[in-house]
Design a protein around this ligand. Structure first.
Ligand code: ATP
Ligand code: MG
Length: 333
């Protein structure tokens, strides 16, 4: 089988540093587990905008669309919207998967282990925004087809976990749009034999802080998922730990939930965990399940041993931490 093609976009701020640490782990995983990835690098983000006049250069978009099987993307700064919203649409990656779970050795607000399955292309992020004098409008787009396919993704995740999905919406106020999402999602999940409950998004936000253990798979609309996933990441301990996958029928894109963090860029102290765990999600997607699982385990072992970057109270540099993870990875094989 030909090696899967991975396009790596280092991005802005701490991006290049955490991507370097992540590629070090990926190389190690390839050595240990005997597989190959064909890797190419491309630019996007604030720096690309300054250099080429566009945050998502044509060549990068072409490589993502026509060459890559998967994209591994670092954080992007001010131009995030122009890069990631466009990439998501162009690649048709309709499912945004954001796990949030307590990790050993990391202080979490409450024990949490859930995955947010967020619809990634519709809702008010569909890009239909306009204004007339004195008023502005953003159109909330919800389709039956879009809802059905994201509900099927949630069903798949639920089957591999405890089997429960909570649909999060605001159908008491947005009766037509959120009502459609709720009804179609519920029907799909029930057809798939998944146990379903539902919650209004305001109540879900409260409950995610009060009793996060009650959630397993959270299926929600684009904007609610955007907000709830930052909340869940922080409940789990830190934005610096939260990975994500954007998955479509043909393409996938993996990226940390956090941003460019310019305040600590270039200092070699950024926490690469979210980026490394995003790469693990990519390995899983590409079919290297054992390697993916082992990378996750190695991260847990490093953190459990108190090996961490300064944001978690440790004293390791980004690369020292990656080396520690790599040692656990080698020891676990
Ligand atoms: P953006 O404008 O792209 O959102 P940001 O600078 O606001 O970037 P966030 O990801 O929102 O970055 O993070 C907020 C703060 O949390 C950062 O300023 C940084 O101090 C800290 N932080 C985020 N990610 C990490 C990380 N991976 N390692 C260490 N600290 C981080
Ligand atoms: Mg930010």
């Amino acid at each position: 089988m030909a090696a899967p093609r991975v396009l790596v976009i280092p991005g802005d701020g701490i991006g290049p540093e955490i991507v370097e640490a992540t590629m070090f782990i990926l190389e190690k995983a390839m050595d240990l587990y005997g597989f190959d990835l064909e890797i190419r690098y491309a630019e996007a983000g604030d720096i690309a905008a300054r250099e080429y006049g566009e945050p998502l250069p044509h060549e990068t978009l072409e490589l993502a669309r026509n060459w890559a099987d998967a994209v591994l993307k670092g954080p992007v700064g001010e131009t995030a919207r122009d890069v990631v919203v466009v990439l998501r649409r162009e690649l048709g990656v309709y499912a945004n998967i954001r796990p949030a779970r307590s990790l050993p050795g990391v202080e979490s607000v409450k024990p949490i282990d859930l995955v947010i399955v967020r619809e990634n292309l519709e809702d008010v992020y569909a890009g239909i925004e306009f204004s007339v004098p004195g008023a502005a409008f953003a159109v909330k787009v919800v389709t039956e087809a879009g809802t059905r396919r994201i509900a099927r993704v949630a069903a798949r995740y639920a089957s591999s976990r405890t089997g429960r999905v909570t649909i999060v919406h605001k159908a008491n106020v947005l009766r037509v749009a959120d009502g459609l999402f709720r009804d179609v999602a519920r029907r799909v999940l029930e057809e798939e034999g998944i146990s379903v409950d539902e919650m209004y998004v305001d109540a879900a936000a409260m409950e995610m802080v009060r009793n996060p253990a009650r959630f397993d798979v959270v299926l929600t609309m684009n904007q609610y998922g955007d907000i709830l996933s930052d909340l869940a990441a922080q409940v789990a301990g830190s934005l610096g730990l939260a990975p994500s996958a954007n998955i479509g029928d043909e393409k996938a894109l993996f990226e940390p939930v956090h941003g460019a963090a310019w305040d600590i860029a270039g200092k070699g102290v950024a926490n690469p965990t979210a980026m490394i765990l995003s790469a693990a999600m990519m390995l899983d997607y590409l079919g290297y399940h054992e390697a993916a699982h082992s990378v996750e385990t190695a991260v847990e072992q490093a953190l459990a041993a108190g090996l961490a970057t300064p944001d978690l109270g440790g004293n390791l540099s980004t690369m020292e931490y990656a080396q520690a993870v790599a040692r656990f990875l080698a020891a676990g094989k």
